[in-house]
Design a protein around this ligand. Structure first.
Ligand SMILES: [Zn+2]
Length: 160
């Protein structure tokens, strides 16, 4: 890596530290020519293997555009979509794999999307989990209802 100050083609690493989530390494470097210091950060590349067999870099923008379709007409903001894409990337990176299936990306979207908007979730799940019949929708809805009820019951009851 060239020194950003004098363009010297070489540099020396003086310090390395890993970010809290373990996904990024920051290095402090010093230029042997002008002695100035600069930082670089290093992230493992994450590839998505598409059904066609083509592999491409993971893209949060693609996650967002896929989810946005399912969110049409729903009260979901761009900020929420950006947060969702970030969660998806974090959960995929935490699996430690360098390359994942496009289908796996879709599955990683389901949980955060369910928390965001259940209708959008159902639309999305019907594609990624291959809902074929009305029964598939019914069982998904029954599960959503059961989970909503469970969450409701976990709220502490007031004394008396
Ligand atoms: Zn330099």
């Amino acid at each position: 890596m060239h020194c950003p100050f004098c363009r010297h083609p070489d540099s020396r690493v003086v310090d390395s530290r890993t970010s809290d989530d373990g996904a990024t390494i920051r290095r402090r470097r010093q230029c042997p020519n002008c002695s100035r210091r600069f930082s670089t950060s290093e992230t493992a590349s994450l590839s998505v293997l598409k059904r066609s067999g083509v592999s491409e870099p993971f893209s949060r923008a693609k996650v967002i555009s896929g989810v946005r379709k399912a969110c049409q007409g729903r009260p979901v903001s761009d900020d929420q979509l950006a947060m969702l894409a970030q969660r998806v990337e974090e959960s995929i990176r935490s699996s430690g794999q360098a390359e994942i299936d496009a289908h796996q990306v879709g599955l990683s979207i389901l949980q955060p999307l369910q928390e965001l908007d259940v209708v959008a979730y159902l639309r999305f799940a019907s594609v990624y989990q291959g809902f074929d019949t009305l029964e598939d929708f019914e069982s998904a809805i029954a599960r959503l209802r059961a989970e909503a009820k469970q969450n409701g019951e976990s709220v502490p009851e007031s004394a008396g």
